[in-house]
Design a protein around this ligand. Sequence first.
Ligand SMILES: *[C@@H]1O[C@H](CO)[C@@H](O)[C@H](O)[C@H]1NC(C)=O
Length: 279
Amino acid sequence: MASTHNEFYALMLVVVVGSMVASCGANFNQDFDLTWGDHRAKIFNGGQLLSLSLDKVSGSGFQSKKEYLFGRIDMQLKLVAGNSAGTVTAYYLSSQGPTHDEIDFEFLGNVSGDPYILHTNVFTKGQGNREQQFYLWFDPTRNFHTYSIIWKPQHIIFLVDNIPIRVFKNAETIGVPFPKNQPMRIYSSLWNADDWATRGGLVKTDWSKAPFTAYYRNFKATEFSTSSSNSFSDAAWQSNELDAYGRRRLRWAQKYFMIYNYCNDLKRFPQGIPAECRR
Ligand SMILES: *[C@@H]1O[C@H](CO)[C@@H](O)[C@H](O)[C@H]1NC(C)=O
C-alpha cells in the first residue's frame, strides 16, 4: 500500500513540477531590453533593480525579451514619489498588431498626498473599453509593492500584493473573445499624459520636479505548460482558481477601492452594457 502511495505522490510531483516551467530569480539584464528613453532607463545592482524616468524631453520604457502564452507574472514597483501629477506608469502584457490582446495596469500620478489611480483594462482582438479603476490601500510611492497578472485560458486575474482586485473571465461561450492564441511580451513605460491622467487633465505636470522616477525589482514569470493533455496537470491548473478567501479579498477590494467600473457605466453603452458584464 505504502509504496503505491509513494509512487502516486512521486508521479504527482513530476506532473506539478513539469507543468510549471522554472522561473528563476530575476535578472533585468537577462530578461529585459531597455527600449526607449536612452539614459532615462537604467538597470543596476547587477540586474536586480531597474528604473525608468521622465523629464521634459522624454519618458522611457523597457520590454521583456521573451513572449509568454499564459502564466503568472509578478513585479514589484515603487512609483514616482512627491508631485507625480500628469505622469503615467504603464505596466502591461501585450501582443502585436491591429488585433492584439493586452492586459494593462496603469498608475496615474497625483499631486503630493493625493491618491494615485490604478487603472486596469483588457483588450481582446484589438478592442479594449473594459476599464476598471481603483485607489490603493497604501501609498505606492513609499515602498515596493507586488503587482501580478495570472493569465490562464479560463480567466485573467489582476492582483496587488497578492490580493485579487479584478477577474476577467473567459466568456467565449457568449461570444466575447478571450486572449488565448497570441503570445504577449511584458512592457513598461513612464510617460507624460497630463492632458488626461490627473483629475481628468485638470492638474498639469510640474516640470520643476523632473526627473520623475519609478523603480522595479523582483520580476518573476511562472509559465504554465499548455501542451500537456495529462489530466493531473489539468487538476493542477484548476486548483489555482480563487478559493473562498481569494473571493472574499476580491469583494473587499472592489467594495472599498474600486472607483470606476465600465460594467456600471450605462451612459457609455447606450446599446446595452458589454456581454461579459451581463452574466
Ligand atoms: C487625485 O486626487 C484627487 C483629489 O483627491 C482625486 O479626485 C483623484 O481621483 C486623484 N487621482 C488622480 C489620478 O487624479
